[in-house]
Design a protein around this ligand. Structure first.
Ligand SMILES: *Cc1c(COP(=O)(O)O)cnc(C)c1O
Length: 229
């Protein structure tokens, strides 16, 4: 697995390697390397290490918890206004105000109540983070996301009832399954509903995701090393 880089490597080496692997995977798929955005996932990563990645030219980051992001990112974003911060974890309706205030992309829109709350807060605040819909491609009961059979109707609801623009789809394939069919399914839904961005692929499978059209790969471990449990 690509995530099992030797532990003596540091962030600069790991980041360079990940960038190189992204470029190679894009090339193998006859795609431009810059058609794939690297979202560096910084959950549990401390601010000084994040600053190191920023200094290496990384500007797109992902966090899975609103609370953790609120504690780390406002100061970093103030110093680096070009940063693009993605929310990649579940969003509770009562955290919508904070999330809209901080994130530039919210990848986990997955239910009408949340879509409504986002629409209201975006109107109220005037901030317009880009929105992706999370699809639970494996139909796992414990996992967030709209199931594939309901994705089209949910996106129509977002657009028509709540006036939202849906820019992308996101999925997290089941851990123990071959991810390819999940990537293919997500790409297929995106084409049907006319959505351009595809957030799929993590440390262990991002090259595969790129071959299926990923425009955003969310990579933590391969850049920052293993997280404490
Ligand atoms: C943690 C996380 C990632 C990154 O996973 P790695 O295997 O460390 O690359 C990607 N997506 C989501 C939603 C995550 O929570």
């Amino acid at each position: 697995m690509k995530s099992d880089q030797p532990t003596q490597m540091d962030v600069p080496e790991r980041l360079a390697l990940v960038r190189q692997e992204i470029a190679l995977a894009a090339e193998a798929a006859a795609r431009e390397p810059d058609s794939v955005s690297l979202v560096a996932v910084t959950k549990t990563v401390a601010a000084p290490v994040i600053a190191e990645a920023i200094a290496l030219g990384q500007h797109c980051f992902g966090e899975n918890r609103v609370q953790e992001a609120v504690s780390k990112w406002p100061a970093l974003k103030e110093r680096h206004p070009d940063i693009e911060l993605h929310l990649i974890g579940p969003l509770q309706s009562n955290k919508v105000r904070e999330a809209v205030g901080l994130f530039d992309v919210i990848e986990t829109v997955d239910r009408p109540k949340l879509a409504r709350a986002l629409a209201e807060e975006m109107t109220r605040s005037g901030r317009r983070p880009r929105l992706f819909v999370q699809v639970n491609t494996g139909e796992e009961p414990q996992k967030a996301g709209v199931i594939p059979g309901e994705a089209e109707a949910f996106i129509a609801l977002c657009r028509e009832t709540f006036g939202l623009t849906v820019d992308g789809l996101m999925c997290i394939p089941p851990l123990e399954e071959e991810p390819a069919m999940h990537f293919a399914l997500l790409a297929n839904i995106a084409e049907r509903v006319g959505v351009k961005a595809l957030s799929m692929g993590m440390s262990g499978d991002f090259a595969r995701a790129i071959s299926f059209g990923a425009t955003h790969v969310r990579i933590g471990t391969a850049i920052f090393g293993p997280r404490d449990a």
